[in-house]
Design a protein around this ligand. Structure first.
Ligand SMILES: [Fe+2]
Ligand SMILES: [Fe+2]
Length: 131
């Protein structure tokens, strides 16, 4: 069983748009966790994974635009983190579609930990640069 995660003020970046997007990311992550814990329907698991990945792309794009607008000095490193994650997850999703892989709890744990870690460390780092 993977535990649900929650947004808290501790990871607020003091920007409503980004905070709302992080909250939605957490909501989608919890949907994926719930489906995988139920183990009932693999189609439902893939669907919720796909939804999470799509929204993550949207969020990364918006976040990078905002960081660019405030001249965040570590933007390139931050972008690279985003890109590596998307690359890894996209490859995995393709393998799932090709039936070369299944969405295991291990994979979901990796996703959950990456998102939590990124949001609570890397994202918090730009908090004081936001205009
Ligand atoms: Fe973020
Ligand atoms: Fe980020």
């Amino acid at each position: 069983m993977i535990k649900n995660i929650a947004w808290s003020e501790a990871i607020s970046v003091n920007n409503k748009k980004i905070d709302d997007q992080h909250k939605h990311l957490i909501e989608l992550t919890n949907n994926l966790i719930d489906h995988s814990n139920e183990k009932a329907d693999s189609a439902l698991i893939s669907e919720s994974l796909d939804e999470l990945v799509k929204y993550t792309r949207t969020h990364f794009r918006d976040e990078e635009q905002l960081l660019e607008a405030c001249n965040y000095p570590k933007l390139n490193d931050h972008k690279e983190e985003h890109e590596l994650f998307i690359l890894k997850v996209s490859n995995f999703c393709m393998d799932v579609m090709d039936k070369k892989a299944t969405v295991t709890q291990e994979i979901i744990t990796f996703l959950v930990e990456w998102l939590l870690n990124h949001t609570s460390k890397d994202d918090l780092d730009y908090k004081h640069y936001l205009a």
